[in-house]
Design a protein around this ligand. Structure first.
Ligand code: NDP
Ligand code: 3PY
Length: 312
């Protein structure tokens, strides 16, 4: 079995060595321009078109959870990967716990009013504030997939009311589920902390815009953990300045790295991280990919296949 690997920043020799331990029969090589030799599987992130085009692959693996970059490249170059070749993505593989850590720490930060206390500290003001209660701190998670479900679970454990919004309805204990565009308004009206874990698709791009933000409760919070293009950044800034939003924490941006001139950098109620909410953990990802390849070789149907028509 021949496997080709391409990632613009990962340590390719390390990945090849570790993958080889899990797939001892496989010949694995880092792909370089001009390599047209046969391959059965391709493991990729931001792959050049020529890496995949014209190959009789058994499957392609995205080395992350989101497949928006590969799908948008495919839109422009459909011949890069025919629909008959399945595309897999990483399902959790250690990203769930990272999203839980991020979401729980930030929600608790807002819930315990550490943002307000930090502002008071800057003025050397000693001023105890009224506590927030859990029942006025409903968490609304957009996207109830692999990562959204993990985040829901962790915030429930801290006693917050949790609701989710997705395409299909969920029947999860203690979680209120809203499904489809028709129920988005009702979902938003009860949400105090909006957490975004949607995939980037034609339907979700720009979804966090002025009209959506207007439907949230006053003094709400936004935590964007998914993709920058979900948020209309000027609308978010306007909602912060109008007082509709109390604060936003952003991990992802419409342009990355965030340009120096972006007003988001200096906004007093915006905090940010540079797209690190959940990174690919090599050992977990390698175990998942090796197991999935083994299942495919046995003729089984592993989970994690992307529905390319649906876009996630
Ligand atoms: N910032 C970071 O470091 C990282 C960001 N991410 C981002 O997180 C995203 C989510 O990952 P993951 O949980 O694994 O993805 P999943 O595919 O498992 O979940 C996607 C969820 O979004 C819902 N959804 C999709 N389209 C719509 C729509 N039009 N309306 C309502 N709901 C919709 C799906 O609904 P249904 O359940 O009905 O199908 C599903 O619940 C990734 O696509 C990626 O962009 C991922 C990893 C790291
Ligand atoms: O896996 C993903 O989709 C990511 O965004 C990794 O940072």
């Amino acid at each position: 079995m021949e496997i080709i690997f391409y990632h613009p920043t990962f340590d390719t020799p390390y990945w090849i060595a570790e993958l080889s331990k899990k797939l001892p029969g496989a010949r694995i090589r880092g792909w370089e321009r001009g390599d047209n030799a046969p391959a059965d599987y391709a493991l990729v992130w931001h792959p050049p078109v020529e890496m995949l085009q014209g190959r009789a692959l058994k499957a392609v693996f995205a080395l992350g959870a989101g497949v928006d970059s590969i799908l948008s490249k495919l839109k422009a170059n459909p011949e890069m990967l025919p629909l008959s070749i399945p595309l897999f993505r990483l399902e959790d593989t250690g990203m769930g716990i990272q999203m839980q850590e991020y979401a729980v720490s930030q929600v608790l930060h807002w819930f315990r009013r550490f943002d307000d206390y930090q502002a008071l500290q800057r003025e050397s003001t000693w001023q105890p504030l009224a506590d927030y209660t859990h029942d006025e701190f409903t968490i609304g998670i957009m996207g109830a997939g692999v990562l959204g479900s993990k985040v829901a679970e962790s915030l429930l454990a801290w006693g917050f009311p949790v609701r989710v919004w997705s395409r299909s309805r969920k029947s999860w204990p203690q979680v209120t589920s809203f499904a489809g565009d028709a129920e988005l308004g009702e979902f938003l009206r009860g949400t105090r902390v909006l957490i975004n874990l949607l995939p980037n698709t034609a339907e979700t791009v720009g979804i966090i815009n002025a009209s959506l933000l207007e439907q949230l409760q006053d003094n709400s919070y936004v935590l964007n953990l998914a993709r920058g293009v979900h948020v209309v950044e000027n609308d978010l800034l306007a909602a912060l300045d109008s007082g509709k939003l109390k604060a936003a924490m952003l991990d992802v941006f419409s342009r990355e790295p965030l340009p120096k001139e972006s007003p988001l950098w200096l906004h007093p109620r915006v905090t940010m991280t540079p797209h690190v909410a959940a990174v690919t953990r090599p050992q977990e990802a390698i175990a998942y990919i090796a197991q999935t390849i083994t299942q495919l070789e046995r003729g089984e149907t592993p989970s994690g296949q992307v529905d390319r028509v649906r876009g996630y």
